[in-house]
Each structure stands twice: as C-alpha cells, then as structure tokens.
Design a protein around this ligand. Structure first.
Ligand SMILES: Cc1cc2nc3c(=O)[nH]c(=O)nc-3n(C[C@H](O)[C@H](O)[C@H](O)COP(=O)(O)OP(=O)(O)OC[C@H]3O[C@@H](n4cnc5c(N)ncnc54)[C@H](O)[C@@H]3O)c2cc1C
Length: 430
C-alpha cells in the first residue's frame, strides 16, 4: 500500500522561538488561561482521521500538547465489517484500543465532546469539562440523518439495520441473515451521494450474495439504489454476472430504485414503482457529518463541512479544522484511506501554522479495495491536490482494476486488501 508522505518541518531554535511568539500572541488575545510555551491542539474523534492526525502531529512536533478526545474506549473499524456480516470474520478482528497511542505522548480523554465554544476556543467534554485549544481538529465521522428517509427513525434500525457504523448493527444484520430461511429475499437500499464509503453497499451486496450462494442458495438479493451510477460499477456488474448470476438484482434510480419510505413493522421498502417486503432489510440511509460538527458551527446546509483544501481549516469557523468523512473533500471519497491521508496533510499544515509558517500544498492519495468474494478483490486509486479551492483529482494519476483481468489478479487484489487493512490499522492504532 502506498502511503502519503508526511512533510516534517525541521524544528530549530528560530522556529521554536517564532512558534512560541505566535502562541503567546494568540494566548494574550483570547485565551489568557494558557500560559505555557507549547501550543495546544485538541483533536475530537479517534477514528482513522483523528487518531492519525493526533499521532502524526505529536511525531512532527513533540513540543505541541496534543489531546485526543474520543467517546469510546474501543474503536470498531468499518472496513472489512462486510466480511463480519457475511460470516467470514469475527467482530473482534475489527476492534482496537488506544493503549499504544497513549504511549506516544498524547493525552487521550475518553469522554464525548458535547459542545464547542469557538469564541473562547474551548471544547466542552462530558458534562462540564473544558479543554482550551489554539487549534481544534474535528474528526467525528458521520451521523445518520434520521429525518432523511420517511419511516427510518432511530427505532427502525433495530428491525432494519443500517450497519453503517460498525458494532452492534453489524452483528444484528449478520444474525438476521443467519436466521433467514433459504429462499428469503434480502433487500439493500443504497443512498444518493455523498455518503460514507461509496463502494461499500456493493461490496456488502457481493459478500452477502457469497453467503447466500454457499449457505442459502434459493435466496435472492435486490439492491434498490437512489443513483444510476456507482463506484467501480463496471467491475462489480461484471463480477456479479460471473459469480452470482440470477442472485443479485440491481435496480438503479432510473428504473425506480430510489426508496421513498420504509415500514419497519412489515419490513417493507417502498419506491415510486412499488413495494418490496424483505426477509432481511439493510437500509443504508442518507448521512451527514456527526452532530458535534453541527454544534461547532462548521457544517453547512448540506450537513457536511466545507474546508480549505490546503489546511483543512473550516470555511465557517477560524482555528477549527475538519478531516475525514465529516468534511467536504471535493473529489476525494469518504474512505478510511482518504481520512488517513487528510489527517497527515492536516497535521503537517498545523505544525506549519503553529510555527507561523505557510503550509505546503498537499498531494493526497486514496486506494479503496472491495471484495466481491473472499478471494476476489477489485480496487480504485486516486491522487488529489488543491485546485480552485477544492481537492481535485490529478488526471491520469489513478484508475480502477482492469476489466478483463484473470482470476489470479483478483485473488492477488483480495490479498492486497487484507494487507491494506493490517497496514492502516497498524499505523493508526499499533
Ligand atoms: C461497510 C463499510 C465498509 C468500508 N470499507 C472501507 C474500505 O474498505 N476502505 C476504506 O478506506 N474505507 C472503508 N469504509 C469507510 C471508512 O470506514 C470511513 O471512511 C472512515 O471510518 C472515516 O474515518 P473518520 O475518522 O472520519 O470517522 P470514524 O472512523 O467513524 O471515526 C470517528 C470517531 O469519532 C468519534 N466521535 C464522534 N463524535 C464524537 C464526539 N462528540 N466526541 C468524541 N468522539 C466522537 C467516534 O466514536 C469515532 O471513534 C467503509 C465503511 C463502511 C460503512
């Protein structure tokens, strides 16, 4: 797996004095309580984006005081959670703690951030704890839009799991598939863009189809889609024809695929063209940046957070940077790899800003593997750079797996996918 190189500014005495002066100026203007030399950075959210950013910043500049605020002691990763749903993996293999991160000199605080006072540059944690900052990084991931699909209120997820945040929901969907009779109908509803992990619904459909083919071969799977095109579409459609003919049916927007409401009491999904009563319904609903982003005033009316593509600083609030799924990253997809890439670029930019220097323009990388079967992998890769205020695709620098590759190439990519997961989780939590 190629990793985005981190630029590490050399911190010499001159840099240090400059930074100290910059911090002192900031302190005297608005945060009189901070009477230390070191700059203070608070990172909210210890996922792929936040944990990487906190760790990288501390490595670039050990003098900076970095506090990571995370709601949970255990992080449950979404990549490879589709394997858990298909009975190919244990949820425990998705789970990581923060013990190694704590050894890197970071402060890790296990409480939810409940409010941000941007004027006073303070994060409120739990009921009343206060953490002042010079710069804040928000990396809280996504929330479900509980008002985004009629009928899909919070309680509906107990009957029709989304499994789009890994954990209990992942296990619930797996359990429902296990107890479904052979011959049952599984329905997945996929949302319109933008949402977390664009190829995710189609990888999930593939791995559930693998489960059905091997365990419940009379069953069928329908994907009701609010779009006419999706990530790695040609590769998925080609592989489905080869591996799961007659088993998967994809209904795009133009053929009436958009789900307009759901009824958890009867497990029914309704489109403009009719209704589907499912034995197992996996509703992947519309999403938005997690709540704390809204409370901080960094989310716009789309529900996501506009940012400067060089520094990731919010376009709506000074001194707050937003990375990962929560931000609007132009052409970059909402993926763990993208979050990790953005986190490193943001950490490098923060180190420069705190030193009173101009951040470098970053080049960001994303690679995203999907499994169509346990031994059948496909991928997409892209490189992104700031252009006209947006992170933009560098033309000719990315692409997808070849269409007519031999099975050995698909097998190799399935192995690479496993290697990718081990590498990224090792880098973030190891
Ligand atoms: C089924 C599925 C499969 C996927 N497969 C892949 C894949 O193969 N490859 C890939 O690159 N990506 C994949 N993804 C996408 C990937 O999971 C996300 O893009 C990635 O997790 C985003 O990272 P993040 O740090 O922005 O958010 P998260 O990883 O969700 O981390 C956010 C963290 O913030 C914490 N938090 C939130 N609010 C607060 C608060 N107020 N206070 C304190 N802490 C808070 C949360 O507890 C969480 O730990 C997949 C996603 C899904 C759903």
């Amino acid at each position: 797996m190629t990793q985005h190189p981190v630029s590490r500014p050399h911190v010499n005495r001159r840099d240090f004095l400059k930074r100290t002066a910059a911090t002192a100026a900031a302190v005297s203007l608005s945060t009189p309580a901070i009477a230390q030399n070191a700059s203070r950075v608070v990172v909210v959210g210890g996922g792929f984006a936040g944990a990487t950013c906190a760790r990288t910043l501390k490595r670039i500049d050990p003098r900076t005081s970095v506090t990571l605020v995370e709601a949970s002691h255990t992080f449950t990763a979404c990549p490879f959670s589709n394997n858990v749903i298909a009975g190919l993996r244990d949820l425990k293999q998705q789970q990581f703690d923060y013990k190694n991160l704590e050894k890197t000199g970071l402060e890790v605080t296990f409480e939810p951030a409940t409010r941000i006072d941007a004027g006073a540059r303070t994060v409120i944690i739990g009921d009343a704890g206060r953490l002042p900052y010079d710069r804040l990084v928000l990396a809280p991931g996504i929330d479900i839009r509980w008002d985004g699909l009629p009928g899909y209120i919070e309680a509906a997820a107990e009957r029709m799991p989304h499994a789009w945040r890994a954990g209990e929901q992942t296990l619930l969907l797996r359990k429902q598939l296990e107890s479904m009779e052979d011959g049952g109908l599984v329905v997945i509803s996929a949302p319109a863009n933008p949402f977390r992990c664009p190829p995710g619904p189609y990888e999930r459909a593939s791995l559930i189809a693998h489960y059905l083919k091997t365990r419940k071969p009379k069953s069928k799977l329908i994907i009701l889609d609010a779009k006419d095109a999706f990530s790695k579409q040609g590769l998925f459609l080609g592989a489905w024809k080869e591996l799961y003919p007659e088993l998967i049916e994809w209904v795009p927007l133009s053929k009436g695929g958009r789900v307009t409401s759901v009824d958890p009491a009867t497990n029914t999904l309704t489109t403009e063209f009719g209704s589907h009563k499912a034995a197992v319904a996996n509703v992947i609903p519309p999403q938005k940046a997690a709540r704390i982003a809204e409370l901080a005033g960094v989310a716009d009316k789309t529900g996501w957070c506009p940012i400067d593509p060089v520094t990731f600083e919010s376009k709506l609030q000074q001194n707050i940077h937003v990375i990962g799924d929560a931000c609007i990253a132009g052409g970059m997809p909402k993926s763990a790899f993208a979050a990790n890439s953005q986190a490193k670029a943001c950490a490098a930019a923060l180190a420069k800003l705190l030193a009173g220097e101009k951040p470098d323009e970053p080049k960001l990388i994303n690679t995203c593997y999907s499994l169509v079967a346990p031994d059948y992998g496909i991928s997409v890769a892209g490189v992104y750079t700031p252009l006209n205020g947006q992170l933009t695709d560098v033309k000719g620098a990315g692409g997808v797996s070849p269409a007519n590759a031999p099975r050995s190439a698909r097998e190799l990519e399935a192995n690479l996918a496993n290697g990718w997961f081990k590498t990224i989780t090792g880098e973030v939590f190891g």
